[in-house]
Design a protein. Structure first.
Length: 599
């Protein structure tokens, strides 16, 4: 570790996070860098939504068709499950995938269990008991548990009455779960997100090559990479509006607007009982855009419909929102999908590759897949299927960029263009379909090459790029390390998303003293990633700190709660490094000693 290493502002957007020295690894690093206390779930002051809500439920029996198992997980405390009038009855819920469980809440009807167990299973056949009750008095019981399972079961051993076992609600909460509780009918006292998935309407909507299918529903879909925008021909005028129908009367406590740069300078938040007659409950003439959180005053805050009514645009374009979130009580809320739990401490190594194997062999095909084809960004190389990314027999991967001696005669056929003409070849491999994950610590020990026109990188891309055909940068991109050969002593760490990408990506650079080069030796490039933010490091020195809340209020939406996969590649040329020149030396080798993932 070089004590002389510095971290000056990068060539792209200067980070607004603080520079700190690393104190510990893993999540503890991220907590320290973001200035947080012990790592806990964040979000609104409301509790998290149960991961069991709306999931498939099954019971050993039901008293009748009026009391099905599903009634205990529907979020409605006016419906219930009731069993046959016998002991040894059970109710289980399928969470869809193995989930770390933190607590279970049982809201008993009068016919409760005096003795029961809470059990977990991965296959609905083999069960592990995580809580035992032998003298339950019923009512609402909150049970703290610890374990992981796809299925969660209440096994009733002994009835407290002559009737069966009966639950108004059976709520399962994930460990470290964040977000907001959507509340629900029959649960009027709990604040939650009311607007998710509810129908929207707008003064106009944009549908063209710059914003395809940007209807009002995109502001209520919980996806920060999709947005609503007014239509250019008639909508880039004042006024402009977007509204949501909450499905039933609600008391509104706050509204959160995540604006696109096309935001409102003057606008009002309005409520309505019927969607026709509106009353203003809040207004401003100084809207600043990005993320704005608006507290709605009590007293006149009841309505079924909520509207943002813009009267003055901040620029020449229209009005556009990534997300329009309404919080409160009542309504007819739909539970949003739960976020993945944050990694705990200490984290464990869950995936690694030390690149062991004979010289000339391809990387382990159970861990990496070749990604042949042309590059983006006006790059000059062709990525071959298996010739340029090979093991060296010394426990390392070598990605070699080469100049073709006879361009057009030895290059593979480009599957898109059919051309065989290329000046350079190189290698690109990724883990999609083999390792796709959310949150954790990612690190690699790499020795880059440093020559003009060369662009090695270690980065991550949202899995929806391949799975849903979602375009870049909407999928999100996390550049753990990029290096261009014309700056031999500099590396870069950057985030890309729909509101900040390319030359406006959110990142920073890290420099060695003049005269030193990252191509001289191996360095460890790492990312620590949770729901609250990220920290990028080089040899345990912080390069870039990302605080999620700060990002949303100063740059744009956070789009990094989905699954991502790893990529290693070495490009030649492109918009950023420029083409090779007479000083460029080939071949160039990017050498990777190991890659590790902790969760």
């Amino acid at each position: 570790m070089r004590s002389t290493v510095t971290a000056p502002p990068g060539r792209r957007r200067t980070p607004r996070g603080r520079r700190v020295r690393v104190l510990a690894g893993g999540v503890a690093l991220l907590v320290a860098a973001l200035g947080l206390g012990p790592l806990t779930a964040t979000g609104s002051a409301a509790g998290p939504a149960p991961v069991s809500r709306g999931k498939p439920a099954l019971a050993s029996s039901s008293e009748s068709d009026a009391f099905p198992a599903s009634a205990a997980v529907d979020g409605d405390r006016g419906t219930r499950w009731s069993s046959a009038f016998a002991d040894d009855q059970w109710l289980r819920v399928d969470l869809g995938e193995p989930t770390g469980i933190e607590r279970v809440v049982l809201d008993w009807e009068a016919a409760h269990a005096s003795a029961y167990e809470i059990q977990l299973s991965d296959d609905a056949r083999n069960w592990t008991t995580v809580h035992e009750a032998r003298a339950s008095t019923g009512g609402t019981e909150t049970v703290e548990v610890s374990g992981t399972g796809r299925y969660v079961r209440m096994l009733g051993l002994e009835r407290a009455t002559a009737y069966g076992f009966s639950l108004w609600e059976f709520e399962v909460y994930a460990a470290g779960e964040g977000g907001t509780d959507p509340g629900g009918p029959g649960d009027p006292g709990r604040e939650g997100l009311l607007s998710y998935g509810r129908p929207g309407s707008a003064s106009s909507s944009q549908h063209d090559e710059t914003c395809w299918e940007c209807g009002p529903d995109k502001a209520f879909d919980g996806d920060p990479a999709s947005r609503w925008a007014t239509e250019p021909e008639v909508g880039w005028t004042d006024p402009g509006w977007i509204a949501v129908d909450l499905g039933a009367p609600a008391e509104i406590s706050r509204v959160v607007l995540q604006w696109d740069p096309a935001h409102a300078r003057s606008y009002a938040i309005q409520l309505s009982d019927d969607g026709r007659e509106w009353r203003t409950v809040w207004s401003t003439t100084g809207g600043r855009g990005l993320k704005e959180t608006i507290d709605i005053p009590a007293g006149d805050n009841t309505g079924r419909h909520v509207r943002m009514y813009g009267t003055e645009r901040a620029g020449p374009y229209g009005y556009s929102l990534w997300e329009f979130s309404v919080y409160g009580t009542g309504g007819d809320p739909i539970a949003p999908p739960p976020l993945p739990p944050n990694p705990g401490e200490p984290m464990e190594l869950v995936w690694s590759d030390d690149f062991e194997g004979p010289a000339g062999s391809v990387p382990d095909p159970t861990k990496w897949r070749s990604d042949p084809g042309v590059g983006q960004n006006n790059e000059l190389q062709y990525y071959t299927a298996s010739d340029n990314a090979l093991l060296n027999g010394e426990g390392q991967l070598v990605i070699e960029a080469r100049r073709q001696e006879t361009p057009g005669t030895t290059c593979p056929v480009d599957p898109l263009s059919g051309s065989t003409t290329c000046q350079y070849t190189s290698g690109r491999i990724n883990t999609h379909g083999l390792l796709d994950f959310t949150y954790g610590r990612v690190e690699a020990r790499i020795k880059v090459s440093s020559t003009r026109g060369h662009w090695p990188a270690f980065w991550m891309l949202g899995s929806s790029f391949f799975e849903d055909g979602r375009p870049w940068p909407h999928v999100g991109e996390i550049d753990i390390m990029e290096h261009i050969g014309s700056e031999p002593n500099v590396v870069h760490s950057t985030l890309h998303a729909p509101a900040y990408f390319g030359g406006n990506g959110y990142g920073s650079s890290f420099s060695l003293p003049e005269g030193q080069s990252f191509g001289d030796d191996f360095h460890v490039y790492a990312l620590d990633w949770t729901r609250e933010g990220m920290v990028f490091t080089v040899d345990d020195h912080v390069v870039h700190t990302v605080d999620r809340e700060e990002l949303e209020t100063t740059v744009g939406p956070w789009v990094f709660d989905g699954r991502f996969f790893l990529i290693l590649n070495s490009a030649v040329g492109g918009d950023w490094p420029g083409p090779p020149d007479s000083s460029t030396v080939f071949p160039q080798r990017m050498t990777v000693d190991w890659v590790r993932v902790y969760q």
